[in-house]
Design a protein around this ligand. Structure first.
Ligand code: NAD
Ligand code: USQ
Length: 406
């Protein structure tokens, strides 16, 4: 199949591109390298040494004998170029990763809030509008987030996108299937909820075929393809803005930093290993919805965990102490989360769950590149509400009285 991967230079997009190319698909990456620019803005890069994009592509050609094409293009700003590219390449599927994906970054200041909204919503609308204008039958596979649902606050197992409800019209009861009510917890998550409305509209009005993958937090770093050669290595975000919780804990364990639990660590979240991410995306591409079916929504996660339980597991593995920090976010201090993930299991996914060996593999990679870590970037500094206490204020290296250790 001909597959265009928007955001194919990123953490999920790069291993997905290699996986699809390795499976014999013809892959075309589109990326404006904005994530590499944000590294410069934040003064913090990937823990692993990520090669320049052209070096990555020639290393893949050398190792796998496969060519991946690349265009440096801003999906949110360069509509005509995107349209021309879609017309020329005529992909059968477009995988859409090309968004600003960090919740803390999206809450940093008005500039980042506005950038996240402009970038994510214009990018998604441009893609859908260009496919419609091209007249081609292209299946869009979008990477959405479990965070659109609000993490189980309704007290039921979270269904895959749609909810069966009974509505009361006076004494009359009416049954309906509605989209699960959105409950975003950051500006970033707001953009994913709004993407969903764009998908609904273009699927109904323009009959586009769209799959929205509501993905949990991705952990791990390498896939069999990215491990082939150091120039193919995947990025490993560890900083307070882009690093996600489990990879951060594993990296902190590797360098002997206390594990940075926010609040009580009672937040329960959905997780998926990067090796399953790439498999799920291929399954989604191979099983598109029919033209008039509406948006197909799939929960792309394999397990749920509470943050403090993860900290205890990683601490048990490594001996790292646990630091309970003031939570810089505005989120429920405790929540239960139960999620339906039948779709992918029925399509044949054999889930990779949290295993000692896999966690040790990540710790090993983090140890190997520990010298590249800037410890001053570890603590989260982005605040959900101005004036709230930052995690940094709570964590003062050398002043043990300021933090609580488990
Ligand atoms: P990432 O930041 O590593 O990758 C995103 C890529 O998109 C980057 O290479 C960036 O340069 C590119 N990009 C951003 N805006 C663009 C634009 N306007 N034009 C062209 N390219 C653009 O993020 P990631 O972790 O790979 O996440 C990819 C997608 O998966 C995101 O949409 C995110 O919401 C979703 N997701 C990620 C996770 C996770 O844990 N990483 C979990 C759930 C969902
Ligand atoms: N947390 C800590 N300590 C840390 C980092 C995070 O306790 O050092 C806590 C946070 O407060 C939060 C939870 O861990 O309660 C998850 O935080 P995260 O940074 O791992 O994940 P999140 O901000 O939700 O975002 C990540 C990705 C995003 C994706 C989302 C999926 O960056 O792109 O959409 O996971 S989900 O969480 O299911 O919405």
């Amino acid at each position: 199949m001909k597959i265009m991967v928007l955001g194919g230079d990123g953490f999920c997009g790069w291993p997905t591109s290699l996986h699809l190319s390795g499976k014999g698909h013809d892959v075309f990456i589109v990326d404006n390298l904005s994530r590499r620019n944000i590294e410069n803005e934040l003064g913090c890069g990937s823990l692993t040494p990520v090669a320049p994009v052209m070096a990555r592509l020639s290393a893949w050609k050398e190792c796998a004998g496969r060519t991946i094409q690349f265009a440096n293009l801003d999906v949110a700003l360069e509509y005509e170029r995107l349209l021309d590219l879609i017309r020329e390449y005529a992909p059968e599927a477009v995988v859409h990763f090309a968004e600003q994906r960090s919740a803390p970054y999206s809450m940093k200041s008005p500039r980042q809030k506005r950038y996240t909204v402009d970038n994510n919503l214009n990018g998604t609308n441009n893609l859908l509008c260009a496919i419609s204008e091209s007249g081609l039958d292209v299946h869009v596979v979008h990477l959405g987030t479990m965070g659109v649902y609000g993490y189980g606050t309704a007290g039921i197992k979270i269904p895959e996108g749609y909810l069966k409800v009974k509505m009361l019209d006076g004494a009359r009861e009416v049954e309906a299937r509605i989209m699960y009510p959105p409950r975003p917890g950051s500006i970033y998550h707001v953009t994913k909820c709004q993407d969903a409305l764009l998908f609904q509209y273009y699927a109904e009005n323009d009959l586009l075929r769209i799959t929205d993958l509501h993905q949990g937090i991705v952990w791990g770093t390498n896939t069999p393809q990215t491990a082939l050669d150091e120039r193919l290595i995947n990025r490993f975000d560890y900083d307070g803005d882009y690093g996600t919780v489990l990879n951060r804990f594993l990296m902190q364990a590797a360098i002997g930093h206390p594990l940075t639990v926010h609040g009580t660590g009672g937040q329960t979240r959905a997780f998926i290993h990067i090796r399953d991410t790439v498999r799920c995306i291929e399954l989604a591409i191979l099983n598109p919805p029919a033209r008039k079916e509406g948006v197909k929504i799939i929960n792309q996660m394999t397990e749920t965990h509470r943050v403090r339980d993860l900290a205890a597991i990683v601490s048990g593995l490594s001996g790292a102490p646990v630091a309970y920090l003031e939570n810089p976010r505005n989120e429920a201090s405790e929540n239960d989360l139960s999620v339906e993930n039948k779709c992918l299991l029925e399509l044949g996914l054999d889930p990779t769950t949290l295993k000692k060996g896999l966690m040790e593999e990540v710790i090993g990679i983090a140890r190997k590149y520990a010298g590249r870590c800037d410890k001053s970037k570890i603590i989260c500094t982005s605040l959900w509400r101005q004036g709230s206490v930052s995690a940094r204020a709570q964590y003062m290296p050398g002043q043990k009285g300021k933090q609580k250790y488990a």
